[in-house]
Write a protein that binds this ligand. Structure first.
Ligand code: OAD
Length: 245
């Protein structure tokens, strides 16, 4: 790891810091990514499982798939990458997580605040009126209905749907306001989320990418670490802590 390329003398504990994550940060917890050779979209058709049309065609299939993923997410634990962010957040009090992940692992590691761009797999909302299902109600793999008659569906963003507007605006503002931006475990292919590292850098942030594979952002990153997040983040935390604490 070559952390020497990070200009620690330019940074302070008062800096605003964003940790932007994708499925790769959860990989070491045992959760599948989407676009890797063994990822979900190599085995399943995203249009059948992650689109409003797919849900309307076969709601039971979609609910079963999400229930299975939610079960896996509940059984897994945050990993060294998530825990390193918790440590980072003690060093940088003005920091936040922006994630495309729906698995709650950031929150379970104590990362806070966490902006969930693509929703959360442990919640459901009405397909018709958008109301959230009562959190006391157990999410089943079978169909259940809202008072308005609409079907409950996972509260995640599907292909062809808009991201929650307020959360996206907040994420955009945080990205253009920060001094350090970490882009962790994302293929940087799905927009508008993929725009955030570019925006951060265009507005002056130092952008550190962590991903074993190159992405469309890699050439532009100020520093790019080609290794797993669970290896890189704890080491980087030690480096930042030694330089700034
Ligand atoms: P992808 O599956 O597209 O990308 C995961 C990235 O993580 C890849 O670039 C891998 O190289 C990298 N990776 C794998 N293991 C890693 C590790 N241990 N440490 C760091 N990086 C690692 O997932 P996302 O970029 O999150 O949306 O995908 C964005 C969105 O597309 C998802 O939120 C999901 C998906 O379709 C919806 O379902 C709407």
């Amino acid at each position: 790891m070559n952390a020497l390329r990070i200009p620690f003398d330019k940074f302070s504990k008062e800096n605003r810091v964003v940790f932007f994550s994708g499925a790769g940060i959860s990989a070491e917890s045992g959760i599948s990514t989407f676009r890797d050779p063994d990822g979900y979209w190599a085995k399943y058709d995203p249009m059948k499982l992650a689109s409003p049309e797919g849900f309307q065609q076969n709601p039971k299939l979609v609910l079963r798939w999400y229930a299975e993923r939610a079960k896996v997410a509940r059984k897994t634990k945050p990993n060294l990458g998530h825990h390193a962010i918790t440590n980072f957040q003690k060093l940088f009090s003005r920091s936040m997580v922006i994630t495309q992940n729906v698995d709650s692992l950031h929150a379970r590691a104590g990362n806070e605040p966490v902006l969930e761009l693509h929703g959360n797999i442990h919640r459901q909302k009405c397909f018709k009126c958008g109301d959230l299902m009562n959190p006391e109600q157990k999410i089943e793999a079978t169909l259940s209905y809202c008072n308005c008659g609409g079907m409950f569906r996972p509260d995640v963003v599907w292909f062809g749907e808009n991201l929650p507007r307020r959360i996206l605006l907040e994420a955009y503002q945080a990205s253009i306001d920060c001094q350090i931006f970490f882009s962790i475990g994302t293929s940087t292919q799905i927009y508008p989320a993929a725009q955030l590292p570019f925006e951060a850098q265009n507005h002056g942030a130092f952008v550190i990418e962590i991903n074993p594979e190159p992405t469309p952002f890699s050439n532009q990153a100020d520093v790019s670490f080609r290794a797993p997040a669970g290896e890189v983040l704890p080491k980087l935390y030690e480096e930042f802590h030694a330089a700034l604490a």
